[in-house]
Design a protein around this ligand. Structure first.
Ligand code: GDP
Ligand code: IMO
Ligand code: MG
Length: 432
């Protein structure tokens, strides 16, 4: 009998609280699998006041019995990954044998990060505001095929025809014209990079699996699997706020191709919705607030990036965004996070439509660059003065907070799975 699976995806511009929700919803899971993105992700989990941030390791690692899988859709910085294992050891997490990586996962290496930085610099005022983690250049290599280096190449132990060596040399030649712009001291030492990779290859060898086969067998055995998205629907490379997006598919489709599974395996799709909206990096953001309210959301929400430490831009909840990302991901249930950040507001606004060229629209413009010309149409709801922070049952919520939640659910035609009322694992209302 197939197990009960769920796929957890961000529905805004990332940082919705996926780490916290995956940790909670994977309590009964046998496996938690990441399917896209890289160390651009920063997923925070707070347990008994102790804060931990993960970038590549799936957020199910703190549930003692889960096996964590990194899929072929992820771009993995092997040195960054090893730093994360060290952090796990520091937190006394026994991860031995519990982290497995698809052999088809592509690597992010030093040159990807340097090219990411150089390209951003060249974009000037039109820069994307990337995380600088080499994401775009690594996915570009993957799509261009021959320059991509995979986990299976890293662990290749043949001496006569060593894939890693051959591919590094191909990259050295192909990337010379990009890297020319680097100063002398920033140039890549290719021989040193090869030696460093050879040194760490043995650590990765026992972790390498055929993730597609592993998950298919687990599914058929009735094991339960949680699929963890990184980023959010508005950062999807095709369907997000292009070109201010990441280079992967952070949604349900990405789970299929990023792990090699069929559509039935993804199970129930849970969209994570922050009770307001944030965005980090460049690009249009119709409900962004530049006033005291925006400042309060930023302060109360502690909206500082978990990966790069950059300030996040803040604004009201945007239902046009959510209609779009719910549709492209087939969201069935939602987890509303950071409800407590709205405590104490006199009134709360929700964007229900945009005005564009004098017309009211309720769906995203076809040309995403027009998002910059959209102005929000708001509905105003009453705020609440009592605290929701730390509340663990629906009954304890102020009636205005319940109305706010019900308004969102009704507008979007979905049910709530949980409501998060604080960063800690325990600050949670389990609904469904
Ligand atoms: P992710 O990338 O989607 O996993 O989200 P991040 O970890 O980047 O950002 C979410 C931030 O909000 C983290 O600092 C979390 O600890 C915090 N957080 C999550 N849920 C809640 C909540 O319900 N209330 C508050 N106040 N903070 C939360
Ligand atoms: P999590 O998983 C928020 C944003 C960057 C930039 C754009 C492209 O923590 O929600 P990239 O480095 O991917 O080429 O940057 O995407 N971005 C994120 N924003 N949360 C994230 O991940 C993000 N990952 C990338 O800020 O605007
Ligand atoms: Mg994050």
């Amino acid at each position: 009998m197939p197990g009960k699976n769920n796929t957890i995806v961000g529905t805004q511009w990332g940082d919705e609280g996926k780490g916290k929700v995956v940790d909670i919803l994977s309590k009964k899971a046998d496996i938690v699998a990441r399917f896209q993105g890289g160390a651009n992700a920063g997923h925070t989990i707070v347990i008994d006041g102790q804060k931990r941030i993960l970038h590549l390791v799936p957020s199910g690692i703190f549930q003692e019995k889960t096996t964590c899988v990194i899929g072929n859709g992820v771009v993995l910085d092997p040195f960054g990954f090893l730093d994360e294992l060290e952090a796990l050891r520091g937190w006394d997490v026994d991860y031995e044998g519990r982290i497995l990586i698809s052999g088809a996962t592509n690597l992010i290496l030093t040159y990807h990060k340097k090219i990411d930085g150089l390209r951003e610099k060249n974009r000037g005022a039109g820069s994307i505001g990337t995380t600088g983690r080499g994401i775009g250049p690594a996915y570009a290599d993957k799509i261009a095929r021959t320059l991509a280096i995979r986990i299976s190449d890293l662990v290749d132990s043949r001496d006569d025809y060593n894939c890693l060596k051959v591919k590094l040399e191909a990259n050295r030649i192909a990337k010379a014209h990009f890297l020319d712009d680097l100063s002398e001291k920033d140039q890549i030492d290719w021989d040193d990079l090869f030696s460093q990779l050879k040194e760490i290859a043995d650590i990765f060898r026992p972790m390498m699996i055929n993730a597609s086969l592993f998950l298919d067998n687990a599914y058929k055995e009735g094991k339960s699997i949680t699929f963890e998205g990184a980023q959010g629907g508005m950062l999807d490379v095709d369907l997000g706020s292009h070109p201010f997006v990441t280079s992967s598919h952070p949604g349900t489709g990405g789970a299929l191709t990023g792990l090699g599974i069929g559509p039935k395996v993804v199970g129930e799709v849970v969209g994570i919705v922050k009770a307001y909206t944030t965005r980090v990096g460049g690009g249009p953001f119709p409900t962004e607030l530049f006033d005291e309210i925006g400042e309060t959301l930023y302060k109360n929400g502690e909206e500082v990036g978990a990966s790069t430490g950059r300030d996040r831009r803040c604004g009201w909840l945007d239902l046009v965004v959510l209609r779009h990302t719910f549709r492209i991901n087939g969201v069935e249930k939602i987890a509303i996070t950071k409800l407590d950040v709205l405590d104490g507001f006199e009134e709360i606004k929700v964007c229900v439509a945009y005005m564009l060229d004098g017309e009211k629209i309720t769906e995203m413009p076809v040309d995403m660059s027009r998002l910059a010309d959209c102005t929000p149409v708001y509905e105003t709801l009453p705020g609440w003065q009592d605290k929701t922070r730390g509340v663990t049952s629906l009954d304890e919520l102020p009636k205005e907070a319940k109305s706010y939640i019900n308004f969102i659910l009704k507008q979007l035609g979905v049910e709530a799975a949980l409501i998060s009322t604080g960063p800690d694992r325990k600050d949670t209302i389990m609904v469904n």
